[in-house]
Ligand binder design. Structure first.
Ligand code: GDP
Length: 142
C-alpha cells in the first residue's frame, strides 16, 4: 500500500482543450482531496528537469516541447493509498491501452499528449510536489 500523498499535472493538451474542470471533478469524486494547486507553465529547461529520468529516450525532446507548449495545472492530492489509486484512475500511458472510465481513456489524444501525470512512487510524489510548490504553498499539507 502506498502513502497518502500524490502529485499530478493536468497537461497542456487537457488544459488547452478545456478539460481541466471535468478532470478535477472526477479526481474529487474519487475521494482525492486537493492540498495545493497552481496554474503555471514549464519552460523547456524546467520540463527537461522534470522528465530528466527520460533523458536517453527517443521521445525526450518531443516530450519537453509538448510539456512546455502551454499552461499546466500542478496539484498535490491526498487520499489513502494515493499513488496506487491515482495511477489506476489515470490509466495506461498510451490511451489506446487505457481502460474505459480512466482519465486517459476519456481525455488523452495520444501516447504523448495523454492529458494527465501521476507520480509512480511515494518518493517521486515528494520530489515532484517540491518541484512546483514552496514550503509556504504546502501549508495545507501539515
Ligand atoms: P507515465 O508514468 O504513464 O506518465 O509514463 P512515463 O513515465 O513512461 O512517460 C512520461 C511521459 O512521456 C508520458 O506520460 C507521455 O507524455 C510521454 N511518453 C511516454 N512514452 C512515450 C512515447 O513512446 N512517445 C512519446 N512521444 N511520448 C511518450
Amino acid at each position: 500500500m502506498s502513502g497518502n500523498t500524490t502529485f499530478t499535472m493536468i497537461k497542456p493538451d487537457a488544459f488547452a482543450d478545456g478539460n481541466s474542470g471535468a478532470i478535477i471533478k472526477i479526481i474529487e469524486e474519487r475521494g482525492f482531496r486537493i492540498k495545493a494547486l497552481k496554474l503555471t507553465r514549464l519552460s523547456q529547461r524546467k520540463a527537461g528537469q522534470f522528465y530528466a529520468v527520460h533523458k536517453e529516450r527517443p521521445f525526450y525532446k518531443d516530450l519537453c516541447d509538448y510539456m512546455s507548449s502551454g499552461p499546466i495545472i500542478a496539484i498535490i492530492l491526498e487520499k489513502e493509498n494515493a499513488i496506487d489509486d491515482f495511477r489506476k484512475l489515470i490509466g495506461a500511458t498510451d490511451p489506446k491501452q487505457a481502460e474505459e472510465g480512466t482519465i486517459r481513456n476519456m481525455f488523452a489524444t495520444s501516447i504523448e499528449a495523454n492529458a494527465i501525470h501521476g507520480s509512480d512512487s511515494d518518493e517521486n510524489a515528494q520530489i515532484e510536489g517540491d518541484f512546483f510548490f514552496s514550503e509556504l504553498e504546502k501549508f495545507y499539507l501539515d
